[in-house]
Design a protein around this ligand. Structure first.
Ligand code: FAD
Length: 537
């Protein structure tokens, strides 16, 4: 089979890949996107489970690059749902005629750097292959779903789906006995959505998560017109806030206020939409054990106030981590679900799952007969998609070996020993810890600037310097170590009991927690100084 060549190959047609190919196409650069799935959308193509929606405000999530697009698109809900998000990404791709640059059903299985040619060789299934001078990855940080390790998973005779692989055709819920395994961000969305639709809902919880109300609402024509008029201000606000949202931290000082004042403030935040309770809270809550304990106790009180059975309420309150130390899921009617007669909480810390059977789930306390099992068990986050590709760099060095104990990058954009491989929203960039698309646009613009510079100057090789990479790792570690989240068992710190090498005790520095403005300043300075952290030749 003939090997095809392009100057730039972009991997992945999600939010990152769509904008990256737009920028390259506009510059007339010879580039294509290779996408593993049969269509575009990434996260929003796959996660079709009931309740899947943004927890970023829709209008801060959408692309900012085109005034025309901003004027045309009407977000119907403050936190838009998966079908609408997928429609939006299709609208963008069609509006800018981007599909013609995309090749679907094209999973890159391996990539090898050929120093003599200064090219990457990319291998796809069935003997298909490409070469490229530069490869830009937009392979996603939550794109490799993980299943638990229970015996008997394949024995179950009913329907069972990981939330990521939820089918396109409607899945019947009425009259069915459903088990949901997992109470992270996806489990919490599913449970709130299906509790009143199913006959019986059994929630299998290993560890509870802190979660607070999403407070979603519809956006009328009139409100959308006001949002449109405010877009410049909205994106300027996002660029200035650490989280890439409009919410800004409250800097009055936790200890300068009385406890009553703090509680009155948290009452306000609890009723506000989205991540306000996280991103508009006092910074001390995330830095100081005592402040965090008080905040955690406040949220525990709200849980006790919403769950009728005090024994169930206590089981839903996390004890192993404080509020905001793991990625905060946002919920709609989640705690009220447990007040329903058809919803049962199964505490796996007391009665673990022994196996999946032909007809349901066997725990140490008994058997649960089920028609449908939902695996809301998350992802091999941040480095998973890289680990699934066999990437070999200079002298055949395997990226999986280099990153065995955790990723190491220069500015979250490149890694030494792997020339001409650029990452958008990759490990140790700020995307994973903020409102993704804001940092994705920044990352794509920066990578495009570097590629333009290299192509204009006739450079054929770009490599991150080893010393610059060590310095970036120090910065990543330093900011993470200041935060209480450094000790949490979640994907921010690389924990996943279902992935070898990601068990607790092996903290990985996966994302950059220095905030969006600080990250942007690093990137801007680097470009203004002529890319001193990179060797261009
Ligand atoms: C349920 C859910 C809800 C979320 N909600 C929010 C939110 O409210 N706000 C927010 O900021 N972020 C949210 N996120 C994070 C979300 O992933 C990002 O917002 C964004 O969609 C990431 O876009 P991306 O293009 O970088 O990656 P993805 O959307 O993950 O796309 C990656 C693409 O790369 C493809 N790919 C992977 N490996 C290969 C390969 N080897 N070869 C070819 N193609 C490959 C995949 O098939 C996929 O299409 C959510 C994530 C999930 C899972």
């Amino acid at each position: 089979m003939e090997t095809r060549h392009h100057d730039v190959i972009v991997l992945g047609a999600g939010v990152s890949g769509i904008y990256q190919i737009k920028r390259l196409a506009d510059l007339g650069i010879d580039a294509i996107v290779l996408e593993a799935d049969e269509d575009l959308g990434g996260t929003w193509y796959r996660n079709r489970y009931p309740g899947a929606r943004f927890d970023s405000e829709s209008y801060t999530y959408g692309y900012s690059f085109s005034k025309e697009l901003l004027n045309e698109w009407h977000w119907k809900e403050r936190f838009s749902s998966q079908p609408e998000n997928l429609r939006y990404l299709n609208y963008v791709a069609d509006k800018f005629d981007l599909r013609r640059h995309m090749r679907f059903d094209s999973r890159v299985e391996s990539m090898t750097w050929h120093e003599d040619e200064r090219r990457w060789h990319l291998e796809l299934p069935h003997g298909e292959s490409y070469t490229a001078r530069f490869v830009v990855t937009g392979v996603g940080v939550l794109s490799v779903p993980t299943l638990p390790r229970y015996p008997g998973i394949d024995d179950f005779a009913g329907d069972s789906f990981h939330t990521y692989w939820w089918p396109k055709d409607p899945v019947p819920l009425r009259g069915r006995r459903v088990g949901v395994i997992g109470t992270g961000a996806t489990g919490i969305q599913v449970i709130g959505d299906i509790a009143e639709k199913v006959d019986v809902l059994s929630v299998f919880q290993r560890r509870p998560n802190w979660t607070t109300p999403l407070n979603n609402s519809l956006i009328s024509e009139q409100e959308m017109a006001e949002i449109r008029a405010r877009y410049d201000e909205i994106f300027a606000n996002c660029a200035l806030s650490p989280g890439g949202f409009e919410h800004v931290p409250d800097r009055r000082g936790f200890w300068n206020l009385s406890k009553e004042q703090r509680i009155a403030f948290w009452d306000e935040l609890y009723d506000k939409p989205g991540f306000a309770i996280l991103a508009a809270n006092f910074p001390e809550v995330f830095l100081d054990e005592t402040a965090n304990r008080e905040m955690s106790e406040y949220v525990a009180g709200r849980i006790r106030g919403r769950v009728d059975d005090p024994r169930v309420a206590e089981k839903l309150i996390p004890r192993d981590h404080g509020f905001g130390m793991q990625r905060l899921p946002l919920e709609t009617r989640y705690f009220e679900a447990y007040n329903r007669d058809n919803v049962h909480l199964v505490d796996l810390s007391a009665t673990p799952i022994e196996r999946i059977t032909r007809s349901g789930i066997q725990t140490t306390a008994g058997h649960h007969d089920l028609d449908l099992i939902v695996y809301a068990t998350g992802f091999d986050a941040i480095t998973g998609a890289f680990d699934r590709m066999k990437i070999r760099g200079v002298d055949g060095r395997f990226l999986g070996d280099k990153w065995r104990d955790g990723p190491s990058t220069c500015l979250g954009i490149m890694t030494h020993g792997f020339p001409n491989l650029l990452m958008v929203a990759g490990p140790q960039s700020v995307s994973g810890s903020t409102n993704f698309p804001r940092a994705i646009e920044g990352g794509v613009d920066w990578v495009t600037g570097l590629l333009e510079h290299a192509l204009e100057c006739g450079h054929r090789r770009i490599e991150a310097q080893a010393e610059a990479e060590r310095e970036w790792l120090e910065e990543v570690v330093r900011v993470q170590e200041r935060l209480l989240l450094r000790r949490s068992k979640g994907w921010f710190t690389g924990y996943n009991a279902n992935v070898d090498g990601h068990q607790q005790g092996q903290i990985r520095y996966q994302a950059y927690f220095g905030g969006a403005p600080r990250y942007k300043a690093f990137l801007e300075q680097e470009a203004a100084d002529g890319y001193p952290r990179f060797d261009l030749s």
